[in-house]
Design a protein. Structure first.
Lengths: 104, 634
C-alpha cells in the first residue's frame, strides 16, 4: 500500500478545519453553520487517526477515541437540530443575523 | 453573721427582679413598699454584719468560689467583709432605705414610677455589691454598673433635653476616669497575676511588683495614680468634676442617693480600699492630697454664687469629697472615711430637704423662693440641722469629721492644704446659709408659687427627721468622748496597723474652725437675712471675681474650647478624608469601570458569529504566543 506521508494527512485535517471555521463564521443559515461545525470535528478526527497510526507511539486508542467522537458528535448534532427546530418554530427563521436578542 | 453578708446586695436585686416582673403598670404602693422593706432588711443585716465584724475581726473572709480559668490564671468571685466594707454597707443601705421611702412621695404620680424604682433598686444592688467585692475585677464590674445606673437615673426625664445631655455628659466624663482605673487594674494584674486585693498588696509591700519596663516602686506609683484617676472621675474631683453639677437634672432623690451619699463616695472608698498601695507611694499620696485640697477650695468658691438650689449643694458635694480625698492624701485614713460617713448623712439630708422644697414650689431657682419657714417648719428645721453639720458647727456631725481632717492636714505638714481647707470651710458655711436664708426666711419672692407650698406626707418627712438626727449626732461615733470609736474600729483590719495615727485633739484648731464657720454664717445672715450688705452691690464691686465664681471658673467653656473644639476639628478632618479622599477613590474606580463598560458595549452585537470570530482570533494569538515563547516552528 502506498504510504501517505504524515504531513499530508495533517494538512488535510488543517484545511478541513479552516473550511469548517470559515463556514461557521460566515454562513447565514444555521443549518450550514452546524454542518461546518461537523467539518471541524471531523478534521479533529483525521488528526486523531493520523497520530494513532503514524504518531511517535502508534496506538489503537486514537482510533477508538475517534469512534467515540463520531458518536458524541452525532448526539450533539441531534440536540443542535432540535434546538434549531425549536428556534424556527418561535421565530420563523434560521438566519443567524436575526438571532441577536443579546445585543446591548 | 459575716458569712451572710452576701444577702445584703441580694435583697435589692430581688426587689429589682420582682419589680421587673411586675411591669410598668404596677401600683405605686406595692412598688415602693417592696423596695423599702427589702432594702430595710438589707440594712438590718448590714448592721448585724457591722457588729459581728467588730466583735470577731478574724472571720471576715474573703469567701470566694472559682469562676473561670483563662490560660494559667484562674479568677474567683465572692465577697469579703472588712471593717471598712461593713461601715460602707451600713451607710449605703441606710441612706438607700430612706431615699427609697422619700421617693414614694417625691415621684408620686410620675408615669414611670415603677421604672424609677427598678433603676434605684438596681443601683442599690450594684453599690452594695461594689462595696463587698473581694477583688479589683469584680469591683470594676460593679463600678461600671453604678455608672450605668447613674446614667439611667440622671436621664430619667429624658424628654427634657438638658437631662438627656447631662446624662450623656456624666457618663462620658466618668468614663475618662474609668479608663484610668481599668489601666491601673490591668497593670497590677500583669505585675502580680492576681486581681485579689490581698495578693496585690502583699506583693507590693514585698517589692515584688515589677514588669520588664518598670521597677516595683514606679509601678506602684503609676498604678496608684491610675486608680486615683478612676476615683477622680467617679468622685467628681478636679479636673473631672464638671459632670456632677449637670447631673442635678435627675430627680432629687437620685441626687441625694447617688450624687451625694453613695456613688460619688465610691471613689473615696476605692482609694481607702487600696490604701496599702497608696501608702507605699508618697508621690501618689501627695497627688491625692493636692487634688483633694484644690477640689475642696475650687468647688466651694463656685458654690458661693450659684442660683440653683441643687447646684449649690452639688458643688458642696464636690467640695466635701475633696476634703475626704485630702484626708486620705495627708494620711488621715480614718478621718476621710469618717467624713464620708457623716457627709452621707447630712448631704443626703440637704438634698432631700431641697427636694421637699422643690416639690412644694416646683422651682429650683433660689431667687424665686423665700419665706418658706412659715409653711414648711419641719423641712426648715431639718435643713438647718444639715446646714449646721455641713458648716462644721459644734456639735453637729460635720464638725467632728471636718475638724479632724483640717487638724490632720496641719499636723502632717501640709500648711497650704490646711489654709485651702479653712477657706473652703468659710465658703461652705456662707453658701449653705445663703441657701437657707434665701429659701426659708424673708418674704416670698414669688407669691403665686408660695401660695401652694405645703409639707409633704409622712413618707417624705420621716426620712428627713431620721437623717436630721443622724446629721446631728453622727459625729459622736468618733470623738474623744468615746475614745475615737470609729478609728479603733477601722484600724482593726489594717495590716500595717498604723494607717493614719490618731492626732491628739487640738482645742485651738477646733475653736478656729468653728469661728470660721460662724463667720461664714454671719456674713450670709448680713447679706440675705437681715440685709445690712446689698449682695448685688458686693457682686458688682467684686466684678471679675464674682463672674469667675458665677461662671464656674469658666471650666466648662475651657473644656469646650479645648476638648470639644479639638474633637470637632479632628472630626472635620476625618470627615474630609472620608468624604473626599476615601470615597473619592472609590467613586473614581467606579467611574473608570463604568467608562470602560460604556466603550465596550458597542462590541456586544448579539451576533454569535462575531463572538466566535473574536474567540478564534484569540486562540490564534495565544497559540502563536505559546509557540514563540517555547521556540517552536513560528
Amino acid at each position: 500500500m502506498f504510504p501517505i506521508p504524515t504531513g499530508s494527512l495533517l494538512a488535510l485535517g488543517a484545511i478541513l478545519f479552516c473550511i469548517g471555521l470559515y463556514g461557521a463564521l460566515t454562513k447565514r443559515n444555521l443549518i450550514i453553520v452546524l454542518v461546518s461545525i461537523e467539518l471541524m470535528l471531523n478534521a479533529a478526527n483525521i488528526n486523531l487517526v493520523t497520530f494513532s497510526r503514524l504518531g511517535v507511539g502508534p496506538n489503537i486508542s486514537g482510533q477508538v477515541f475517534a469512534l467515540f467522537t463520531i458518536t458524541v458528535a452525532a448526539a450533539e448534532i441531534a440536540v443542535g437540530l432540535a434546538l434549531l427546530l425549536a428556534i424556527f418554530r418561535v421565530r420563523k427563521t434560521t438566519e443567524v443575523q436575526d438571532l441577536n436578542v443579546h445585543k446591548h | 453573721m459575716v458569712e451572710y453578708a452576701w444577702l445584703v446586695p441580694l435583697l435589692p436585686l430581688v426587689a429589682y427582679v420582682f419589680l421587673l416582673v411586675l411591669g410598668r403598670r404596677a401600683p405605686e404602693g406595692i412598688v415602693a413598699g417592696v423596695s423599702v422593706v427589702l432594702t430595710f432588711a438589707a440594712f438590718l443585716i448590714s448592721a448585724l454584719v457591722f457588729r459581728s465584724v467588730g466583735q470577731s475581726p478574724d472571720q471576715t473572709g474573703p469567701y470566694v468560689f472559682h469562676w473561670l480559668t483563662v490560660g494559667t490564671h484562674s479568677f474567683t468571685v465572692g465577697f469579703e467583709v472588712t471593717h471598712l466594707n461593713a461601715l460602707m454597707l451600713v451607710v449605703v443601705s441606710l441612706v438607700s432605705t430612706l431615699v427609697l421611702l422619700f421617693s414614694k412621695g417625691y415621684m408620686h404620680g410620675d408615669e414611670r414610677f415603677p421604672v424609677f424604682y427598678q433603676y434605684l433598686n438596681l443601683f442599690v444592688f450594684s453599690m452594695l455589691a461594689l462595696v463587698i467585692s473581694p477583688n479589683l475585677l469584680q469591683l470594676y464590674i460593679f463600678w461600671e454598673m453604678v455608672g450605668l445606673c447613674s446614667y439611667l437615673l440622671v436621664g430619667f426625664w429624658y424628654f427634657k433635653p438638658e437631662a438627656a445631655l447631662a446624662a450623656k455628659k456624666s457618663f462620658i466624663v466618668t468614663r475618662i476616669g474609668d479608663v484610668g482605673l481599668f489601666t491601673g487594674i490591668i497593670l497590677l494584674f500583669l505585675a502580680s497575676g492576681s486581681f485579689d486585693y490581698s495578693t496585690v498588696f502583699t506583693a507590693a509591700a514585698a517589692h515584688k511588683l515589677s514588669l520588664g519596663w518598670i521597677s516595683n516602686d514606679h509601678l506602684v506609683t503609676l498604678a496608684a495614680i491610675l486608680i486615683f484617676v478612676g476615683a477622680v472621675g467617679k468622685s467628681a474631683q478636679f479636673p473631672l468634676h464638671v459632670w456632677l453639677p449637670d447631673a442635678m437634672e435627675g430627680p432629687t432623690p437620685v441626687s441625694a442617693l447617688i450624687h451625694a451619699a453613695t456613688m460619688v463616695a465610691a471613689g473615696v472608698y476605692l482609694v481607702a480600699r487600696c490604701y496599702p498601695l497608696f501608702q507605699l507611694s508618697p508621690a501618689a499620696l501627695s497627688t491625692v492630697a493636692w487634688i483633694g485640697g484644690i477640689t475642696a477650695l475650687l468647688a466651694a468658691l463656685i458654690a458661693l454664687t450659684q442660683r440653683d438650689i441643687k447646684r449649690v449643694i452639688a458643688y458642696s458635694t464636690i467640695s466635701q469629697l475633696g476634703y475626704m480625698m485630702m484626708a486620705l492624701g495627708v494620711g488621715a485614713y480614718a478621718y476621710g472615711v469618717f467624713h464620708l460617713m457623716t457627709h452621707a448623712f447630712f448631704k443626703a439630708l440637704l438634698f432631700l430637704a431641697a427636694g421637699s422644697v422643690i416639690h412644694a414650689l416646683d422651682t429650683q431657682d433660689l431667687f424665686e423662693m423665700g419665706g418658706l419657714y412659715k409653711k414648711m417648719k419641719l423641712t426648715a428645721w431639718t435643713f438647718l440641722a444639715g446646714a449646721l453639720a455641713l458648716a462644721g458647727i459644734v456639735p453637729f456631725a460635720g464638725f467632728w469629721s471636718k475638724d479632724d481632717i483640717l487638724a490632720a492636714a496641719l499636723e502632717s505638714g501640709h500648711t497650704v492644704l490646711y489654709v485651702f481647707g479653712l477657706i473652703a470651710a468659710f465658703c461652705t458655711a456662707f453658701y449653705i446659709f445663703r441657701v437657707y436664708f434665701l429659701t426659708f426666711t424673708g418674704q416670698p419672692r414669688d407669691p403665686a408659687r408660695h401660695e401652694h407650698a405645703h409639707e409633704g406626707s409622712w413618707v417624705m418627712t420621716l426620712p428627713l427627721v431620721v437623717l436630721a438626727v443622724l446629721a446631728t449626732i453622727g459625729g459622736f461615733f468618733n470623738t474623744p468622748f468615746n475614745g475615737y470609736g470609729l478609728e479603733r474600729y477601722l484600724f482593726a483590719d489594717s495590716p500595717q496597723g498604723a494607717i493614719g495615727a490618731t492626732t491628739p485633739e487640738n482645742v485651738g484648731l477646733m475653736v478656729l474652725s468653728v469661728l470660721v464657720g460662724l463667720a461664714g454664717i454671719g456674713l450670709a445672715a448680713l447679706m440675705y437675712w437681715r440685709p445690712a450688705i446689698q449682695p448685688e452691690k458686693l457682686a458688682r464691686s467684686l466684678g471679675f471675681l464674682y463672674q469667675l465664681s458665677f461662671r464656674k471658673f469658666y471650666l466648662d467653656e475651657i473644656y469646650y474650647a479645648i476638648v470639644v473644639a479639638t474633637g470637632k476639628a479632628i472630626a472635620a478632618i476625618v470627615d474630609f478624608v472620608d468624604r473626599y479622599i476615601i470615597d473619592g477613590i472609590v467613586r473614581l474606580v467606579a467611574r473608570i469601570v463604568a467608562t470602560i463598560g460604556l466603550g465596550l458595549k458597542y462590541t456586544q452585537t448579539g451576533q454569535i458569529q462575531a463572538y466566535t470570530a473574536v474567540a478564534a482570533f484569540g486562540v490564534l494569538i495565544l497559540v502563536a504566543w505559546a509557540m514563540w515563547s517555547i521556540g517552536g516552528v513560528l
